[in-house]
Structures are given as C-alpha cells and as structure tokens.
Write a protein that binds this ligand. Structure first.
Ligand SMILES: Nc1ncnc2c1ncn2[C@@H]1O[C@H](COP(=O)(O)OP(=O)(O)OP(=O)(O)O)[C@@H](O)[C@H]1O
Ligand SMILES: [Mg+2]
Length: 250
C-alpha cells in the first residue's frame, strides 16, 4: 500500500506533564483521518509534532521515505509539502486574499508573481472565493477567511493537510461552507488529518476516526465501527457527549 505519513511512538512532555505518551498511526495517500478527544488530550500537540512546529521528545515521523523528525532533514522543504489550517485562520492582515494565497509560492517556491497570481486565482476559485480575491481578511467573514487559509495551503500543492479544529472559531451558520470545501478536497484525493468536533463530517468523510485521551490513542476505526460498536466504553461516552454538544451540522 501507498503509505504517505508514518507516525511512530511520539512522546512529548511539557514540564512534569507527559502530553503525548507514545502515539503511532499511518496514513495512506488519499485518506482522511479525523482525530477526536477531550480538551487537553494532546491533539494539537500531535499535529504540531508532525511538522515539527513543536519538537517531539521521542519517536519518529516520516513523510513518504523522508524522516521529518531527523535533525538533518530540511524542515522548511518538508513544511512546504504539509499544509496547516489553524482554528484561528492566521492570515496576514495587510495582504488581500490573493496576496495571502500567492505569497508562499513566490517566497518558498520562487514562483514569478504572474504565475503565482494565476495559481492563486485558481485555488481561490476552488474554494469559491474568486470574487473576493481583492478583499482583506477584515473584510471577509470567518468562513471566508478559513476558506482563504485552505486556499493558501492548496497553493503549495501539499502532499498532506493538517487541520486543527478548522471550524471551531466559526459561527454555526458559517461552518457548513468550510466543511463543504473540505469534503470536496477529500473526494478529490487530498490526504487530510483533521482534528474536529464535527461528527457529521467525520461520519461522512473520514476513512478512520482516531480517539485520543490523556496522550494515547484509545481506539481507532471506521466511523461505522466507532459510532455503532466501539470497543471501549470511553469512546462511546465521548462520541455521545460531543454529538450532544455540537450536534451534526452536515
Ligand atoms: N507550549 C506549551 N507549553 C506548556 N504546555 C503546553 C503547551 N502546549 C500545550 N501544552 C499543554 O499540553 C496539553 C495538551 O495540549 P493540546 O493543546 O495538545 O491539547 P488539545 O487536545 O489540542 O486540546 P483542545 O481540544 O482544548 O484544543 C495541555 O495540558 C496543555 O496545557
Ligand atoms: Mg487543540
């Protein structure tokens, strides 16, 4: 099989707190995995360890045959292949939507402005925002800003996109438009690792759900198995709780 990402025995400690206690999993090319788990369980830390925004204490991560965690790996080259979409959008306030999307292709890939502009317009079109190319982040809704940040990731033609609660900062009526874009990406074959509470999305789109608690993977499986026949009591309890709290918006 075509393994794209391999995460092996990741450990991370902050002071006396061991936040990740040996997390391992693999992703095949084109897969979507959803990570769920209570607050403070280490989900964001896991994503950050994957592209070395945070260094892991122990364990290894590979993107295809390159070891991301190896100290000699050129991490900027790897990060150019892994998109990251944050809860808080993280757009440059002084750049338009177009400016935000074309800056990395120009700065990181050395693309000429005219070529990067063409590419940026293309990906803005894919997320349904071609008509907002000249708008600044402050002039866009949260849902539109998040779609720009997805477009920004796409402009680098990433092998993998990590999403950390991409809809948690959005008003309920804006969540759907972002999930729609993510659903389309999944069906086009993008490989995505998504931390989210959106169980409608998880059910419909995820190939696998990973349930984490206290820094370990408690259980992982297909949405059907996790929702209808979880092996661990905690998995069922947690899924019931978030379905109650967040409902299913898709
Ligand atoms: N930079 C840091 N310095 C110290 N402690 C940290 C740091 N980042 C995270 N932590 C701690 O690590 C633990 C896991 O945090 P993390 O953000 O990974 O959890 P999470 O599962 O993403 O939670 P949430 O669902 O609330 O986003 C928490 O106890 C947090 O306080
Ligand atoms: Mg988090």
């Amino acid at each position: 099989m075509n393994t794209l990402l391999r995460v092996e025995d990741i450990h991370k400690r902050y002071g006396s707190e061991e936040v990740l206690k040996g997390v391992s999993f693999e992703m095949l090319k084109g897969e979507t995995k959803v990570v769920i788990g209570p607050s403070g369980t280490g989900k964001s830390t896991l994503l950050r360890c994957i592209n070395r925004l945070t260094p892991a204490d122990r364990g290894r991560v590979w993107l295809e045959d390159e070891e991301i965690t190896h100290t000699r790996t050129n991490i900027n080259k790897i990060r150019a292949q892994i998109g990251f979409v944050f809860q808080s959008f993280n757009l440059f306030a002084h750049l338009t939507a177009l400016g935000n999307v074309r800056i990395a292709p120009m700065k990181v890939r050395g693309m000429k402005k005219i070529v990067a502009t063409d590419l940026a317009m293309n990906v803005l079109e894919r997320v349904g925002l071609a008509d907002k190319a000249d708008a600044y982040p402050a002039e866009l809704s949260g849902g539109q800003q998040q779609r720009v940040s997805i477009a920004r990731a796409l402009a680098m033609s990433p092998k993998l996109i990590l999403f950390d609660e991409p809809t948690s900062a959005l008003d309920p009526e804006l969540i759907g438009e972002v999930l729609e874009v993510m659903t389309a990406l999944a069906s086009e074959g993008m490989t995505m690792l998504v931390v989210t509470h959106e169980m409608g999305f998880a059910r419909a789109v995820a190939d696998e759900i990973i349930f984490m608690e206290h820094g370990v993977v408690v259980e992982h499986g297909s949405p059907t198995q996790m929702f209808t026949n979880p092996k661990h009591l905690r998995t069922g309890e947690f899924l019931n709780k978030i379905s109650e709290l967040y409902g299913e918006t898709t």
